[in-house]
Write a protein that binds this ligand. Sequence first.
Ligand SMILES: [Zn+2]
Length: 270
Amino acid sequence: MRGNNPYPQGKPISATVRQCGRKWFCSVIYAVDLPEPVDNGLAVGLDRNVGQIATSTGDIIPLPDTKSLEARKKHYQKMVCRRKKGSNRRKRANQLWARTARKLANQRKDWCHQISRVLAQSASEIVIEDLNTQSMTKSAKGTVENPGKNVKQKSGLNREILRSGWGILENFLGYKAHTVTRVPAAHTSQKCSQCGHIAKENRKTQSKFECVSCGHSGNADVNAALNILASGQSTVLQDYFLRIYAILNNFGRFCRGGSAPRPLYHYALA
Ligand SMILES: [Zn+2]
């Protein structure tokens, strides 16, 4: 058996035992006093994109690289399909598949936990696009009478959106951050963050932004994050401290990738 009680003073409320593949897990819920969310008057805009997150401070945080795990999951899935129903071999393949799926889910969740903690500790207000993940990931297939368009492309995008774990991140931010502000997602990627000019031509490529009106250029996702921040606030704070704090403490680690995560926070119980 592994694991310990991180909250010795907390009062246990409930315990849940579940089986996942060949392993058994028990999670215990403790009643603890949450630390007050950081309230430093700073705000940060977030642009959630396929494969990465951009902040209004100019940081690009890539999602964890799960390609090999996903390939392995697919491999085991095929293995399950090949094997005879009800056989022991199929059962074994199913266990392998479930184990890989669990690992993938854990990786994404861990990443979301760490990123949301960093963000919640750097700024009191997090401004995000109001994306309805559920409707965005709906199938594009349509019906027989009214077939959908771009089915193949959409299904690829669906996978990417789900993989980004946007919904999970939003969830975590909701209880970790002081305030989460949702703003309409319209035009955030086409609008110039400097002069406000909106044009399709502003976005040269997927990553490059160049305003046709004022000539401002930069990373397209960072530009979008700045727009999101601006629409979430009446006054945009120039938070250089936030940027320095973020780089020194945590973001660099995610940008480099690969290094083992250090524990980010502890709840000190009085
Ligand atoms: Zn401009």
